[in-house]
Design a protein around this ligand. Structure first.
Ligand SMILES: [Zn+2]
Length: 75
């Protein structure tokens, strides 16, 4: 199964052009899905990153629930 990271923006902020926003939380979703592994529904228009970015500075800060679920998937 393919996974990707999807951004959740803090309430009231708009998606940044640079991708270097503060107040962004990254979640893990199945590829093409807007629902995170933790159960949170994310904006389908929000920014995504390859799953390989997980654990790197590009995915700070990362949802702990999604991280636990992702590990449970045996990836
Ligand atoms: Zn999450």
């Amino acid at each position: 199964m393919e996974f990707q990271l999807r951004a959740e923006y803090a309430e009231g902020t708009t998606p940044p052009r640079s991708g270097e926003a503060r107040d962004t939380t990254w979640h893990m979703t199945e590829a093409g899905e807007a629902r995170a592994l933790c159960g949170r529904d994310l904006d389908p228009a929000s920014e995504t990153r390859p799953a390989e970015a997980w654990g790197t500075e590009a995915a700070e800060s990362f949802c702990r629930s999604c991280g636990a679920q992702y590990l449970r998937q045996g990836q």
